[in-house]
Design a protein around this ligand. Structure first.
Ligand SMILES: [Fe+2]
Length: 230
């Protein structure tokens, strides 16, 4: 399994190319922005990009979809139905974050209308990339249509902005819900074995076991609303 990470955008988002070593079939998870390095990696390694998979609709995860679509027009574009409206509203997203219109170009956020979604991902779907097989797990809470992708045989899970090393995703943005996020993490991520490597949308890799035992949001050490570590 090939995993190549590109840290992109002002938000330091982990855009990843995942490929089956044997068949060279590949996907790109969350292209944050246009990147020559990203496109060159796919071409120089003779990878066949079959899909752009969006864990959720936030701008730092989908901002590069248009450029990827132009470079690899045969790749399908997949996102959960519940985040498709947010994806389509990409040009307006920076304004919702309070970024002034005259700052958009300088910050690389002057987005055009994104390309059409090919189809929606759904809970429990098995998605094959050559000999790799991902299970699609719906994890609402950071956004309503967030999905994570688990590869059981390779013991790896790609979690977007649900879970980070020692932390969890924001729940104060539109569509966010703290209780829902904790439920999603428990049922869809911590249900995997401890040795699964966790690839987050920002920051370093971790493991399911490490987060299960040390992440203060998951061990109950930190309780939101109580404002303190227990
Ligand atoms: Fe996000």
């Amino acid at each position: 399994m090939i995993i190549q990470t590109f840290v992109l955008t002002a938000f330091q988002q982990n855009t990843r190319v995942i490929a089956c070593e044997k068949t060279r079939q590949a996907i790109c998870i969350d292209p944050g922005e246009q990147s020559d390095e990203l496109e060159t990696f796919i071409k120089e390694n003779s990878l066949k990009l079959q899909a752009i998979i969006l864990t959720h609709g936030h701008l730092d995860h989908v901002g590069g979809t248009s450029a990827m679509h132009k470079a690899f027009p045969d790749a399908e574009i997949l996102i959960h139905d519940d985040d498709e409206d947010m994806y389509r509203a990409l040009p307006a997203q920076p304004l919702m974050l309070g970024i002034a219109p005259d700052q958009l170009a300088a910050m690389g956020m002057a987005y055009d209308e994104p390309p059409d979604v090919t189809r929606n991902l759904s809970q429990g779907e098995a998605y094959e990339v050559g000999e790799l097989k991902f299970s699609i797990r719906h994890c609402p809470g950071h956004t309503q249509g967030h999905v994570v992708l688990a590869e059981e045989r390779e013991r790896k899970v790609f979690v977007g902005d649900c879970l980070f090393l020692g932390s969890i995703g924001r729940t104060d943005l539109p569509g966010g819900n703290y209780d829902e996020l904790i439920d999603s993490i428990n049922s869809q991520i911590l249900s995997l074995d401890d040795d699964f490597i966790v690839y987050s949308g920002h920051g370093p890799e971790t493991t399911v076991g490490r987060e299960r035992t040390t992440n203060p949001f998951l061990t109950g050490r930190y309780q939101i609303g109580k404002g303190r570590f227990l």
